[in-house]
Design a protein around this ligand. Structure first.
Ligand code: B12
Length: 256
């Protein structure tokens, strides 16, 4: 599902007070104690980034010998929206009732969806937001959808165990959450599930989604997943993607 691209030459630039004024705000930490030298160092960082009319708006000691800054500045930089290559996963959505009716009618059965936060990662809140009955940001979670048999396996699920669950439950889709990204642990861990499923001869039969605060569609594809979802994802985004992708694999369409 791809949105229509913006017209050629559609330039956008940051703005603070008036459109196109180029004003932007930066926040960062420097490893120096708060004081006038630290303030000047922060301003110099902003100037070296090419900003003009630099103003250090806030300076707070963050810890011993560390200072947190908020700095304003002006840039001439503009971006042509039409030149950007963007992979948008879900652009048009059906509502809850419409999607359920459509999926049950067109697929003819409930889709089995497993969710887990895998490896050593214990951050369950993200996958719970997508899977659990009560959902997130006013959206019902997948457990609430009649068209899904949704099973949330929780956090710290081993990849080999998850792959076995896929086979035993005949899963149509697996939702993997990765929150900790220190030393790229998420990359190795996410790839491990793909390897396990490939070893079991199941990779092509299951839709694999990767999500988390530092995940995007491009990274998910690179790691061998079918789609990636980042911060602010709503359960309805995932539900629409899943039904659309199952239909696509059946040679049908979600939006005819
Ligand atoms: C709560 C929390 C914890 C709790 C987790 C409790 C729990 N049951 O989940 C506890 C205290 C246990 C914890 C522990 C740790 N944490 Co912590 N934690 C957080 C915190 C404050 C909030 C995370 C959260 O719940 N976000 C809310 C959810 C709703 O957002 P989300 O995960 O982004 O999910 C959304 C989307 O990303 C998406 N999504 C997520 N997953 C998926 C999956 C799919 C398939 C899809 C479609 C979508 C999707 O949908 C969700 C809704 O929109 C963050 C900081 C922050 N403010 O983000 C740090 C943070 C994630 N933790 C961090 C760290 C380092 C740790 C520890 C390593 C600390 C330590 N030294 O022990 C441990 C690791 C423990 C472990 N083994 O994993 C770092 C991670 C840094 C990094 N980049 O790797 C953070 C960013 C804090 C920081 N600034 O340093 N943590």
């Amino acid at each position: 599902m791809t949105a229509r691209p913006p017209a050629a030459g559609t330039l956008v630039r940051p703005y603070g007070d008036r459109q196109d004024d180029g004003v932007l705000q930066l926040s960062f930490v420097l490893p120096v104690p708060a004081g006038e030298r630290a303030r000047e160092a922060a301003a110099e960082v902003a100037r070296k980034l090419g900003l003009t009319q630099v103003l250090v708006a806030s300076m707070e000691a963050a810890a011993e010998r560390y200072t947190f800054f908020v700095v304003y500045g002006r840039t001439e930089v503009a971006v042509d929206l039409s030149t950007l290559q963007v992979a948008e996963v879900v652009t048009r959505k059906k509502g809850f009732d419409e999607l359920n009716e459509f999926a049950l009618r067109e697929v003819g059965r409930r889709l089995v969806v497993l969710g887990a936060c895998t490896g050593s990662d214990a951050h369950a809140v993200g996958i719970d937001a997508i899977m659990n009955m009560k959902g997130f940001a006013g959206d019902y979670g997948l457990e609430r959808y009649p068209c899904f048999e949704a099973v949330n396996l929780g956090a710290q699920v081993e990849n080999a165990a998850l792959a076995r669950e896929v086979v035993e439950r005949g899963a149509d889709a697996v939702l993997v959450s990765q929150v900790v990204t220190q030393r790229d642990v998420h990359r190795d861990n996410a790839r491990r599930l793909v390897d396990e499923l490939t070893r079991l001869g199941r990779r092509s039969q299951v839709i694999l989604l990767l999500g988390g605060p530092r995940i995007d569609h491009k990274l998910a594809l690179e790691l061998g997943y079918d789609a990636g979802f980042g911060p602010g994802t709503r359960p309805s985004d995932v539900a629409n993607y899943l039904v659309g992708e199952v239909l696509r694999r059946m040679g049908k369409e979600l939006h005819g």
